[in-house]
Design a protein. Structure first.
Ligand SMILES: [Zn+2]
Length: 183
């Protein structure tokens, strides 16, 4: 597996609309390797989600999940977010919002390093997609997992979390986030 280079805000690939994948292409060696490399890259940079355009691949695919190492699993109670995100690779995802509830919370992005900002998102969603075997799946999610899926699906349409902010007063650098806002 390889660690891939992550495109940063300003790179045009982050602003385009990515193309869908056919089930047969999903099962190809190229896409299977891309998925493995994206999981590896997400883990390396301690992200909870990574979309293909972020690694310069113009396809509708993202990976997500909190990838803990074995040391961290032993201290599960110390997880600050308190919400795990199951490991998933979703291809051609389509999101349906469930209910009207929205929730505002902090987001970051590997393509916008060391910045955090508050973004309003739907609390509950259903995502319909292909899994990495090319099988149709349906993922029901709420809270932080729903937030991650919405953030990553946005990347496939060239949308960054700044675009979803109602106002920019909450924008903070990571150091200051840790100092003043992370509790
Ligand atoms: Zn992002």
């Amino acid at each position: 597996m390889s660690i891939l280079k992550v495109a940063r805000m300003g790179h045009p690939i982050l602003r385009g609309k990515a193309r869908p994948l056919e089930p047969a292409e999903i099962r190809s060696t190229r896409i299977q390797k891309l998925i493995d490399d994206m999981f590896e890259t997400m883990k390396e940079y301690q992200g909870v989600g990574l979309a293909a355009p972020q690694v310069h691949e113009d396809v509708r695919l993202f990976v997500a999940g909190l990838v803990r190492n074995s040391d961290e699993e032993a201290d599960e109670n110390e997880d600050e977010d308190g919400e795990d995100v199951p490991l998933m690779a979703l291809i051609n995802p389509e999101i349906t919002i469930v209910g009207r509830e929205t929730v505002e919370d902090w987001e970051g992005c590997l393509s916008i390093p060391d910045i955090r900002g508050r973004v309003s998102r739907a609390e509950k969603i259903v995502a319909r997609a292909y899994d990495r075997a090319g099988k149709r799946i349906e993922v029901r999610a709420s809270g932080f997992t729903a937030r991650v899926i919405q953030h990553e699906t946005d990347h496939l349409d060239g949308v960054l979390f700044f675009d979803r902010m109602k106002e920019f007063g909450s924008l903070t650098f990571l150091d200051e986030f840790g100092r003043y806002w992370s509790q």
